[in-house]
Design a protein around this ligand. Structure first.
Ligand code: ZN
Length: 94
């Protein structure tokens, strides 16, 4: 069980993009401020990673599905988040 670790390329990309996440005023999913960056398992037509900025709420409700399709999620420090259980006490993101 457990998702494979993100590739070094994806990890480097997420780290480089962490400031864009920090500066973003709204998520891709809704007007809330994003707290995580999701890198989708497929690349764009240009071969670039496809990223989604998600708020805490939409991350929580979609993280299982994201894990199922092989997306990887990074926090605001550009560090990969574990797929399995989101600690209950992190309700502060709501
Ligand atoms: Zn949202």
């Amino acid at each position: 069980m457990g998702a494979p670790d993100p590739s070094p390329e994806i990890t480097a990309y997420a780290h480089a993009r962490r400031m864009a996440l920090a500066r973003a005023d709204r998520s891709c999913c809704c007007p809330a401020k994003p707290v995580v960056m999701t890198i989708m398992p497929m690349a764009s037509a240009q071969g670039e990673p496809i990223e989604l900025f998600l708020c805490g709420h939409h991350y929580r409700v979609s993280r299982r599905r994201l894990a199922e399709i092989g997306a990887v999620v990074f926090d605001g420090d550009g560090l990969p988040l574990p797929v399995d259980p989101w600690p209950v006490e992190v309700g502060a993101f709501a």
